[in-house]
Design a protein around this ligand. Structure first.
Ligand code: FAD
Ligand code: E1W
Length: 469
Protein backbone atom coordinates (compact mmCIF):
# COMPACT_ATOMS: atom_id res chain seq x y z
CA UNK A 1 0.00 0.00 0.00
CA UNK A 2 1.43 3.43 -0.85
CA UNK A 3 2.11 5.70 2.13
CA UNK A 4 -0.55 8.23 3.09
CA UNK A 5 0.36 11.84 2.16
CA UNK A 6 1.71 13.80 5.10
CA UNK A 7 1.40 17.52 5.81
CA UNK A 8 3.86 19.15 8.17
CA UNK A 9 3.48 22.52 9.85
CA UNK A 10 6.80 24.26 10.58
CA UNK A 11 10.08 23.96 8.67
CA UNK A 12 12.30 24.77 11.65
CA UNK A 13 15.05 22.43 12.76
CA UNK A 14 12.80 19.54 13.75
CA UNK A 15 10.25 19.94 10.95
CA UNK A 16 12.94 20.06 8.26
CA UNK A 17 14.65 16.95 9.67
CA UNK A 18 11.38 15.02 9.83
CA UNK A 19 10.45 16.14 6.31
CA UNK A 20 13.79 14.80 5.08
CA UNK A 21 13.47 11.48 6.87
CA UNK A 22 9.88 10.90 5.71
CA UNK A 23 10.52 11.96 2.10
CA UNK A 24 13.51 9.60 1.99
CA UNK A 25 11.24 6.79 3.09
CA UNK A 26 8.98 7.52 0.15
CA UNK A 27 6.25 9.59 1.80
CA UNK A 28 4.59 12.37 -0.12
CA UNK A 29 5.52 15.32 2.17
CA UNK A 30 4.17 18.88 2.03
CA UNK A 31 5.40 21.48 4.52
CA UNK A 32 3.90 24.86 5.42
CA UNK A 33 6.24 27.36 7.05
CA UNK A 34 5.20 30.73 8.45
CA UNK A 35 8.41 32.59 7.66
CA UNK A 36 9.96 33.41 4.28
CA UNK A 37 12.61 31.08 2.87
CA UNK A 38 15.71 31.94 4.95
CA UNK A 39 17.93 30.83 2.08
CA UNK A 40 16.46 33.60 -0.07
CA UNK A 41 15.50 36.37 2.34
CA UNK A 42 19.00 35.81 3.70
CA UNK A 43 20.17 35.85 7.29
CA UNK A 44 23.31 37.44 5.84
CA UNK A 45 24.18 40.53 7.82
CA UNK A 46 21.59 39.54 10.43
CA UNK A 47 22.30 38.17 13.86
CA UNK A 48 24.12 34.90 14.19
CA UNK A 49 22.47 32.66 16.72
CA UNK A 50 24.05 29.37 17.58
CA UNK A 51 23.19 26.16 19.37
CA UNK A 52 25.05 23.37 21.08
CA UNK A 53 24.78 20.14 19.10
CA UNK A 54 25.40 16.96 21.09
CA UNK A 55 25.42 13.23 20.28
CA UNK A 56 21.63 12.88 19.99
CA UNK A 57 21.56 15.73 17.51
CA UNK A 58 24.44 14.33 15.49
CA UNK A 59 22.63 11.01 15.38
CA UNK A 60 19.60 12.66 13.77
CA UNK A 61 21.82 14.31 11.19
CA UNK A 62 23.62 11.00 10.59
CA UNK A 63 20.35 9.13 9.95
CA UNK A 64 19.43 11.82 7.43
CA UNK A 65 22.87 11.57 5.79
CA UNK A 66 23.77 15.13 6.80
CA UNK A 67 26.62 14.65 9.26
CA UNK A 68 29.36 15.28 6.71
CA UNK A 69 27.74 18.52 5.52
CA UNK A 70 27.51 19.95 9.03
CA UNK A 71 30.84 18.80 10.49
CA UNK A 72 33.04 21.36 8.63
CA UNK A 73 31.12 24.33 10.02
CA UNK A 74 30.70 23.10 13.61
CA UNK A 75 33.03 24.51 16.28
CA UNK A 76 34.23 22.06 18.93
CA UNK A 77 33.59 23.02 22.55
CA UNK A 78 35.73 20.94 24.91
CA UNK A 79 34.35 22.26 28.17
CA UNK A 80 32.86 25.15 30.05
CA UNK A 81 35.13 28.14 30.55
CA UNK A 82 34.01 29.73 33.79
CA UNK A 83 34.71 33.47 34.14
CA UNK A 84 34.74 34.90 37.67
CA UNK A 85 34.15 38.53 38.66
CA UNK A 86 37.87 39.29 38.58
CA UNK A 87 38.09 38.09 34.98
CA UNK A 88 39.92 34.87 35.89
CA UNK A 89 39.00 31.85 33.78
CA UNK A 90 38.92 28.13 34.42
CA UNK A 91 38.28 25.49 31.75
CA UNK A 92 36.31 22.53 33.08
CA UNK A 93 36.37 19.73 30.53
CA UNK A 94 33.03 18.15 29.66
CA UNK A 95 34.41 14.68 29.02
CA UNK A 96 37.46 12.47 29.16
CA UNK A 97 38.98 13.57 25.85
CA UNK A 98 38.10 15.13 22.48
CA UNK A 99 35.64 12.33 21.74
CA UNK A 100 33.46 13.73 24.55
CA UNK A 101 32.78 17.29 23.44
CA UNK A 102 29.85 19.33 22.15
CA UNK A 103 29.65 21.47 19.03
CA UNK A 104 28.51 25.01 18.36
CA UNK A 105 26.53 25.32 15.14
CA UNK A 106 24.81 28.26 13.50
CA UNK A 107 21.05 27.94 13.65
CA UNK A 108 20.72 29.64 10.25
CA UNK A 109 23.26 27.35 8.54
CA UNK A 110 21.75 24.26 10.09
CA UNK A 111 18.26 25.32 9.06
CA UNK A 112 19.35 26.16 5.49
CA UNK A 113 21.17 22.86 5.12
CA UNK A 114 18.16 20.93 6.39
CA UNK A 115 15.77 22.76 4.04
CA UNK A 116 18.05 21.85 1.12
CA UNK A 117 18.09 18.24 2.31
CA UNK A 118 14.29 18.09 2.67
CA UNK A 119 13.81 19.40 -0.86
CA UNK A 120 16.50 17.12 -2.28
CA UNK A 121 14.68 14.20 -0.66
CA UNK A 122 11.48 15.21 -2.45
CA UNK A 123 9.54 17.23 0.15
CA UNK A 124 7.64 20.33 -1.03
CA UNK A 125 8.05 23.34 1.26
CA UNK A 126 5.72 26.35 1.03
CA UNK A 127 7.14 29.43 2.76
CA UNK A 128 5.18 32.49 3.98
CA UNK A 129 2.31 30.16 4.85
CA UNK A 130 1.34 30.47 8.52
CA UNK A 131 -1.20 27.98 9.79
CA UNK A 132 -4.11 30.00 11.15
CA UNK A 133 -6.60 27.29 11.97
CA UNK A 134 -7.94 23.87 11.12
CA UNK A 135 -11.46 22.88 10.09
CA UNK A 136 -11.49 19.38 11.53
CA UNK A 137 -14.88 18.51 10.03
CA UNK A 138 -13.42 18.72 6.53
CA UNK A 139 -9.72 18.21 7.45
CA UNK A 140 -8.84 21.57 5.95
CA UNK A 141 -5.95 23.81 6.97
CA UNK A 142 -6.45 27.56 6.84
CA UNK A 143 -3.24 29.26 5.85
CA UNK A 144 -2.32 32.93 5.78
CA UNK A 145 0.08 34.54 3.34
CA UNK A 146 2.20 37.64 2.87
CA UNK A 147 -0.14 38.79 0.07
CA UNK A 148 -3.05 38.72 2.50
CA UNK A 149 -4.87 36.04 0.53
CA UNK A 150 -5.92 33.14 2.74
CA UNK A 151 -5.56 29.69 1.34
CA UNK A 152 -7.04 26.33 2.18
CA UNK A 153 -5.38 22.98 2.00
CA UNK A 154 -7.03 19.58 2.38
CA UNK A 155 -5.01 17.20 4.53
CA UNK A 156 -4.89 13.55 5.44
CA UNK A 157 -2.31 13.25 8.23
CA UNK A 158 -0.96 16.41 9.82
CA UNK A 159 2.20 16.77 11.90
CA UNK A 160 3.04 19.86 13.96
CA UNK A 161 6.67 20.93 14.30
CA UNK A 162 5.70 24.56 14.68
CA UNK A 163 7.58 25.33 17.86
CA UNK A 164 6.70 26.42 21.39
CA UNK A 165 3.86 28.71 20.24
CA UNK A 166 2.38 25.97 18.03
CA UNK A 167 -0.74 26.94 16.07
CA UNK A 168 -1.50 23.28 15.42
CA UNK A 169 -1.48 22.65 19.17
CA UNK A 170 -4.08 25.39 19.60
CA UNK A 171 -6.16 23.79 16.85
CA UNK A 172 -5.89 20.35 18.50
CA UNK A 173 -6.98 21.83 21.81
CA UNK A 174 -10.33 22.78 20.29
CA UNK A 175 -11.03 19.07 19.65
CA UNK A 176 -9.70 17.34 22.75
CA UNK A 177 -8.26 18.37 26.10
CA UNK A 178 -4.46 18.24 25.82
CA UNK A 179 -3.73 18.87 29.49
CA UNK A 180 -1.56 21.79 28.45
CA UNK A 181 0.51 23.44 31.18
CA UNK A 182 3.12 26.13 30.72
CA UNK A 183 5.36 26.79 33.71
CA UNK A 184 7.17 30.08 33.24
CA UNK A 185 10.72 30.10 34.61
CA UNK A 186 10.48 33.71 35.73
CA UNK A 187 13.69 34.43 33.81
CA UNK A 188 14.20 35.64 30.25
CA UNK A 189 17.14 36.09 27.89
CA UNK A 190 18.75 38.58 25.55
CA UNK A 191 21.27 37.83 22.81
CA UNK A 192 24.36 40.02 22.31
CA UNK A 193 27.43 39.75 20.11
CA UNK A 194 31.19 39.63 20.55
CA UNK A 195 32.54 40.45 17.06
CA UNK A 196 35.50 38.66 15.49
CA UNK A 197 38.84 39.85 16.89
CA UNK A 198 39.63 41.74 13.67
CA UNK A 199 36.46 43.82 14.06
CA UNK A 200 36.91 44.88 17.69
CA UNK A 201 37.60 48.61 18.03
CA UNK A 202 41.30 49.38 18.52
CA UNK A 203 40.53 51.36 21.68
CA UNK A 204 39.40 48.36 23.73
CA UNK A 205 42.36 46.08 22.96
CA UNK A 206 44.69 45.17 25.79
CA UNK A 207 48.16 43.71 25.18
CA UNK A 208 46.88 40.13 25.04
CA UNK A 209 44.19 40.92 22.48
CA UNK A 210 46.52 43.12 20.41
CA UNK A 211 49.15 40.35 20.23
CA UNK A 212 46.51 37.79 19.33
CA UNK A 213 45.24 40.04 16.58
CA UNK A 214 48.75 40.58 15.22
CA UNK A 215 49.19 36.81 15.12
CA UNK A 216 46.07 36.61 12.93
CA UNK A 217 43.81 34.92 15.50
CA UNK A 218 40.12 35.20 14.71
CA UNK A 219 38.51 34.88 18.13
CA UNK A 220 38.55 37.34 21.04
CA UNK A 221 38.38 34.45 23.55
CA UNK A 222 39.18 30.74 23.58
CA UNK A 223 37.07 29.39 20.66
CA UNK A 224 36.84 25.78 21.80
CA UNK A 225 34.71 26.32 24.87
CA UNK A 226 31.24 27.27 26.06
CA UNK A 227 31.91 30.38 28.15
CA UNK A 228 29.92 30.92 31.34
CA UNK A 229 29.82 33.92 33.66
CA UNK A 230 27.79 32.51 36.62
CA UNK A 231 26.61 35.18 39.04
CA UNK A 232 24.16 33.47 41.38
CA UNK A 233 20.62 34.33 40.30
CA UNK A 234 21.68 35.27 36.79
CA UNK A 235 24.44 34.63 34.26
CA UNK A 236 25.85 35.10 30.78
CA UNK A 237 27.01 32.40 28.39
CA UNK A 238 28.78 32.64 25.02
CA UNK A 239 29.13 30.13 22.18
CA UNK A 240 31.61 30.52 19.31
CA UNK A 241 30.61 31.05 15.67
CA UNK A 242 32.81 29.63 12.91
CA UNK A 243 33.59 33.07 11.48
CA UNK A 244 35.19 34.33 14.69
CA UNK A 245 32.36 35.96 16.63
CA UNK A 246 30.59 34.72 19.76
CA UNK A 247 26.89 34.91 20.51
CA UNK A 248 26.42 35.94 24.14
CA UNK A 249 23.18 35.19 25.97
CA UNK A 250 22.31 37.13 29.11
CA UNK A 251 19.85 35.29 31.39
CA UNK A 252 18.13 37.51 33.97
CA UNK A 253 15.05 37.27 36.20
CA UNK A 254 12.01 39.05 34.76
CA UNK A 255 11.76 41.10 37.93
CA UNK A 256 14.28 42.15 40.53
CA UNK A 257 17.66 43.78 40.83
CA UNK A 258 19.04 42.94 38.43
CA UNK A 259 16.01 41.95 36.38
CA UNK A 260 14.58 42.87 33.00
CA UNK A 261 12.18 45.26 34.73
CA UNK A 262 15.03 47.29 36.23
CA UNK A 263 17.63 46.81 33.48
CA UNK A 264 15.62 48.30 30.65
CA UNK A 265 17.84 50.22 28.28
CA UNK A 266 21.38 50.70 26.99
CA UNK A 267 22.46 52.63 30.08
CA UNK A 268 21.02 50.00 32.42
CA UNK A 269 22.71 47.21 30.49
CA UNK A 270 26.07 49.00 30.55
CA UNK A 271 25.81 49.59 34.29
CA UNK A 272 24.97 45.92 34.90
CA UNK A 273 27.87 44.73 32.76
CA UNK A 274 30.32 47.24 34.30
CA UNK A 275 29.50 45.83 37.72
CA UNK A 276 29.02 42.10 37.05
CA UNK A 277 30.59 41.27 33.68
CA UNK A 278 33.40 43.84 33.26
CA UNK A 279 35.50 41.62 30.98
CA UNK A 280 32.46 41.10 28.73
CA UNK A 281 31.59 44.79 28.59
CA UNK A 282 34.83 45.38 26.71
CA UNK A 283 34.16 42.61 24.21
CA UNK A 284 30.57 43.59 23.34
CA UNK A 285 31.11 46.98 21.70
CA UNK A 286 27.46 47.30 20.66
CA UNK A 287 26.05 46.25 24.03
CA UNK A 288 23.63 49.16 24.27
CA UNK A 289 22.39 48.73 20.73
CA UNK A 290 22.14 44.92 20.95
CA UNK A 291 20.28 45.19 24.25
CA UNK A 292 17.74 47.68 22.93
CA UNK A 293 17.15 46.19 19.49
CA UNK A 294 17.15 42.44 20.19
CA UNK A 295 13.94 40.95 21.58
CA UNK A 296 13.75 39.62 25.14
CA UNK A 297 13.01 35.90 24.93
CA UNK A 298 10.73 34.18 27.43
CA UNK A 299 11.65 30.89 29.07
CA UNK A 300 9.59 28.12 30.59
CA UNK A 301 8.56 24.49 30.35
CA UNK A 302 5.59 23.24 28.36
CA UNK A 303 3.91 20.01 29.41
CA UNK A 304 1.09 18.24 27.56
CA UNK A 305 -0.72 15.07 28.64
CA UNK A 306 -1.52 14.30 25.04
CA UNK A 307 0.48 14.90 21.88
CA UNK A 308 -1.96 13.63 19.27
CA UNK A 309 -5.56 13.67 18.05
CA UNK A 310 -6.27 10.00 17.29
CA UNK A 311 -4.67 9.26 13.91
CA UNK A 312 -5.23 12.70 12.41
CA UNK A 313 -2.54 14.88 13.96
CA UNK A 314 0.52 14.74 16.20
CA UNK A 315 2.97 17.23 17.70
CA UNK A 316 6.73 16.90 18.17
CA UNK A 317 9.72 19.03 19.14
CA UNK A 318 9.08 22.27 21.03
CA UNK A 319 5.41 22.19 19.97
CA UNK A 320 4.98 19.16 22.27
CA UNK A 321 7.60 19.79 24.96
CA UNK A 322 9.39 23.15 25.04
CA UNK A 323 12.00 23.19 27.82
CA UNK A 324 14.39 25.66 29.40
CA UNK A 325 17.70 25.84 27.49
CA UNK A 326 20.13 25.13 30.34
CA UNK A 327 21.17 21.67 29.23
CA UNK A 328 21.41 22.63 25.56
CA UNK A 329 19.11 19.72 24.65
CA UNK A 330 15.90 21.16 23.14
CA UNK A 331 16.89 20.65 19.51
CA UNK A 332 18.73 17.44 20.36
CA UNK A 333 15.53 16.07 21.94
CA UNK A 334 13.45 17.25 18.97
CA UNK A 335 15.78 15.41 16.59
CA UNK A 336 15.29 12.22 18.62
CA UNK A 337 11.52 12.72 18.25
CA UNK A 338 11.89 13.08 14.48
CA UNK A 339 13.98 9.91 14.14
CA UNK A 340 11.53 7.93 16.29
CA UNK A 341 8.42 9.19 14.50
CA UNK A 342 9.89 8.60 11.03
CA UNK A 343 10.80 5.04 12.01
CA UNK A 344 7.35 4.31 13.42
CA UNK A 345 5.54 5.80 10.42
CA UNK A 346 7.87 4.10 7.96
CA UNK A 347 7.32 0.73 9.61
CA UNK A 348 3.54 0.95 9.86
CA UNK A 349 0.82 -0.12 7.50
CA UNK A 350 -0.96 3.20 7.81
CA UNK A 351 -2.65 2.98 11.21
CA UNK A 352 -1.51 6.43 12.27
CA UNK A 353 -3.62 6.38 15.46
CA UNK A 354 -1.53 3.43 16.65
CA UNK A 355 1.70 5.04 15.47
CA UNK A 356 1.01 8.34 17.23
CA UNK A 357 -0.01 6.61 20.46
CA UNK A 358 3.16 4.52 20.37
CA UNK A 359 5.24 7.63 19.58
CA UNK A 360 3.86 9.40 22.63
CA UNK A 361 4.31 6.30 24.79
CA UNK A 362 7.98 6.07 23.85
CA UNK A 363 8.90 9.75 23.86
CA UNK A 364 6.83 11.40 26.60
CA UNK A 365 8.76 9.90 29.57
CA UNK A 366 11.97 11.05 27.93
CA UNK A 367 10.61 14.54 27.24
CA UNK A 368 9.54 14.80 30.88
CA UNK A 369 12.98 13.63 32.02
CA UNK A 370 14.96 16.16 29.96
CA UNK A 371 12.55 18.94 30.99
CA UNK A 372 13.40 18.19 34.61
CA UNK A 373 17.14 17.78 34.06
CA UNK A 374 17.28 21.09 32.15
CA UNK A 375 15.68 22.89 35.10
CA UNK A 376 18.01 21.15 37.55
CA UNK A 377 21.04 22.13 35.47
CA UNK A 378 20.07 25.78 35.73
CA UNK A 379 19.91 25.64 39.50
CA UNK A 380 23.15 23.68 39.62
CA UNK A 381 24.99 26.14 37.38
CA UNK A 382 23.71 29.17 39.26
CA UNK A 383 23.99 28.02 42.83
CA UNK A 384 26.16 24.97 43.19
CA UNK A 385 29.31 25.37 41.11
CA UNK A 386 31.25 26.71 44.11
CA UNK A 387 29.66 24.63 46.89
CA UNK A 388 32.24 22.43 48.70
CA UNK A 389 30.14 19.24 48.94
CA UNK A 390 29.16 19.66 45.32
CA UNK A 391 32.77 19.91 44.19
CA UNK A 392 33.66 16.79 46.19
CA UNK A 393 30.74 14.93 44.62
CA UNK A 394 31.84 15.99 41.12
CA UNK A 395 35.41 14.86 41.79
CA UNK A 396 34.25 11.48 43.08
CA UNK A 397 31.80 11.21 40.15
CA UNK A 398 34.72 11.48 37.71
CA UNK A 399 36.83 9.05 39.69
CA UNK A 400 34.07 6.43 39.78
CA UNK A 401 33.45 6.83 36.05
CA UNK A 402 37.12 6.08 35.43
CA UNK A 403 37.13 3.08 37.79
CA UNK A 404 33.77 1.60 36.76
CA UNK A 405 33.41 2.55 33.09
CA UNK A 406 30.78 -0.12 32.40
CA UNK A 407 28.55 0.93 35.30
CA UNK A 408 29.14 4.53 36.22
CA UNK A 409 28.75 7.56 33.97
CA UNK A 410 28.19 11.16 35.12
CA UNK A 411 24.66 12.31 34.31
CA UNK A 412 25.88 15.15 32.11
CA UNK A 413 27.78 12.58 30.03
CA UNK A 414 24.77 10.23 29.70
CA UNK A 415 22.64 13.14 28.48
CA UNK A 416 25.25 14.71 26.23
CA UNK A 417 27.52 11.99 24.86
CA UNK A 418 25.16 9.01 24.59
CA UNK A 419 21.72 8.13 23.24
CA UNK A 420 20.61 6.41 26.43
CA UNK A 421 16.96 7.36 26.90
CA UNK A 422 16.72 10.60 28.91
CA UNK A 423 14.50 8.80 31.42
CA UNK A 424 17.28 6.25 31.99
CA UNK A 425 19.84 9.04 32.42
CA UNK A 426 17.57 10.69 34.99
CA UNK A 427 16.96 7.47 36.92
CA UNK A 428 20.61 6.32 36.92
CA UNK A 429 21.71 9.86 37.71
CA UNK A 430 19.52 9.90 40.81
CA UNK A 431 20.88 6.59 41.98
CA UNK A 432 24.45 7.80 41.46
CA UNK A 433 23.77 11.13 43.18
CA UNK A 434 22.40 9.34 46.26
CA UNK A 435 25.56 7.21 46.46
CA UNK A 436 27.77 10.27 46.00
CA UNK A 437 25.94 12.29 48.64
CA UNK A 438 26.22 9.48 51.11
CA UNK A 439 29.91 8.90 50.33
CA UNK A 440 31.05 12.51 50.80
CA UNK A 441 28.79 13.35 53.77
CA UNK A 442 30.95 14.48 56.67
CA UNK A 443 34.17 14.41 54.62
CA UNK A 444 36.24 17.52 53.93
CA UNK A 445 38.23 15.75 51.24
CA UNK A 446 38.07 12.51 49.26
CA UNK A 447 41.17 11.22 51.06
CA UNK A 448 39.06 9.88 53.94
CA UNK A 449 36.33 8.28 51.79
CA UNK A 450 36.38 4.46 52.01
CA UNK A 451 36.66 3.34 48.38
CA UNK A 452 36.29 -0.35 49.18
CA UNK A 453 32.88 0.05 50.78
CA UNK A 454 31.80 2.30 47.94
CA UNK A 455 32.99 -0.10 45.23
CA UNK A 456 31.13 -2.96 46.92
CA UNK A 457 27.93 -0.89 47.04
CA UNK A 458 28.28 -0.02 43.36
CA UNK A 459 28.91 -3.60 42.28
CA UNK A 460 25.84 -4.71 44.25
CA UNK A 461 23.39 -1.96 43.31
CA UNK A 462 24.34 -0.25 40.02
CA UNK A 463 23.55 -2.27 36.89
CA UNK A 464 25.74 -2.39 33.78
CA UNK A 465 25.14 0.44 31.30
CA UNK A 466 23.44 -0.67 28.11
CA UNK A 467 24.45 1.91 25.53
CA UNK A 468 22.54 2.01 22.23
CA UNK A 469 24.75 0.88 19.34
P1 FAD B 1 11.39 25.89 16.16
O1 FAD B 1 12.85 25.89 15.98
O2 FAD B 1 10.76 26.96 16.98
O3 FAD B 1 10.74 25.88 14.71
C1 FAD B 1 9.35 26.05 14.52
C2 FAD B 1 9.11 26.45 13.08
O4 FAD B 1 7.72 26.52 12.86
C3 FAD B 1 9.69 27.81 12.74
O5 FAD B 1 10.34 27.75 11.50
C4 FAD B 1 8.47 28.71 12.70
O6 FAD B 1 8.59 29.80 11.83
C5 FAD B 1 7.41 27.75 12.23
N1 FAD B 1 6.06 28.13 12.64
C6 FAD B 1 5.65 28.65 13.81
N2 FAD B 1 4.34 28.89 13.80
C7 FAD B 1 3.89 28.52 12.58
C8 FAD B 1 2.61 28.54 11.96
N3 FAD B 1 1.54 29.00 12.59
N4 FAD B 1 2.51 28.07 10.70
C9 FAD B 1 3.59 27.60 10.04
N5 FAD B 1 4.83 27.56 10.58
C10 FAD B 1 4.97 28.03 11.84
N6 FAD B 1 18.63 23.40 21.87
C11 FAD B 1 19.75 22.65 21.76
O7 FAD B 1 19.67 21.46 21.41
N7 FAD B 1 20.98 23.18 22.03
C12 FAD B 1 21.14 24.48 22.45
O8 FAD B 1 22.25 24.92 22.69
C13 FAD B 1 19.97 25.28 22.60
N8 FAD B 1 20.07 26.56 23.01
C14 FAD B 1 18.95 27.32 23.15
C15 FAD B 1 19.06 28.63 23.63
C16 FAD B 1 17.92 29.40 23.81
C17 FAD B 1 18.07 30.82 24.33
C18 FAD B 1 16.65 28.86 23.49
C19 FAD B 1 15.41 29.69 23.67
C20 FAD B 1 16.53 27.57 23.02
C21 FAD B 1 17.67 26.78 22.86
N9 FAD B 1 17.58 25.46 22.39
C22 FAD B 1 18.71 24.69 22.28
C23 FAD B 1 16.28 24.85 22.08
C24 FAD B 1 16.01 24.87 20.59
O9 FAD B 1 16.08 26.19 20.11
C25 FAD B 1 14.63 24.29 20.31
O10 FAD B 1 14.41 23.13 21.06
C26 FAD B 1 14.47 23.98 18.83
O11 FAD B 1 14.62 25.13 18.05
C27 FAD B 1 13.10 23.34 18.59
O12 FAD B 1 12.93 23.12 17.22
P2 FAD B 1 11.48 23.06 16.58
O13 FAD B 1 11.71 22.80 15.15
O14 FAD B 1 10.63 22.14 17.38
O15 FAD B 1 10.90 24.51 16.81
C1 E1W C 1 25.58 22.54 27.40
C2 E1W C 1 21.95 27.75 26.17
C3 E1W C 1 22.82 26.67 26.74
C4 E1W C 1 23.21 25.61 25.93
C5 E1W C 1 24.01 24.61 26.46
C6 E1W C 1 24.35 24.57 27.82
C7 E1W C 1 24.01 25.67 28.62
C8 E1W C 1 24.45 25.84 30.05
C9 E1W C 1 23.24 26.69 28.07
C10 E1W C 1 24.93 22.95 29.66
C11 E1W C 1 26.14 23.17 30.44
C12 E1W C 1 25.52 22.86 25.97
N1 E1W C 1 25.00 23.40 28.28
N2 E1W C 1 26.25 22.97 31.73
N3 E1W C 1 27.47 23.29 32.08
N4 E1W C 1 28.11 23.69 31.03
N5 E1W C 1 27.28 23.61 30.00
O1 E1W C 1 26.17 21.54 27.76
O2 E1W C 1 24.43 23.64 25.62
CL1 E1W C 1 22.77 28.01 29.09
Amino acid sequence: MPHRPITLVGAGLVGALLATLLARRGFDVTVFERRPDPRRAGFVGGRSINLALAERGWHGLRVAGLEARMAPIAVMMRGRMVHDLEGRTNLQRYGRDDSEVIWSVSRASLNAMMLDAAEEAGATIHFDRPLEGVDWSTSTLHLGAADGVRREHRVDVIIGADGAGSALRAALATQAPLGERFEPLGHAYKELEIPPLAQLPESILDDTLRTARERGERFAMEPHALHIWPRGGYMCIALPNAEGSFTVTLFLPNEGDPGFDTVRDAAGARALFARDFPDLLRLVPDLGHDFESNPTGMLGTLYLDRWHLDGRAVLLGDAAHAIVPFHGQGMNAGFEDAVELAELLGGSSGDTAAVFAEFQRRRKPNADAIARMALENYIEMRDRVDDADYLLMRELDRELAARHPTRWMPRYAMVTFTRLPYATALQRGEQQAALLREAVAGHASLATVDREVLDTRIAATVTELELPA
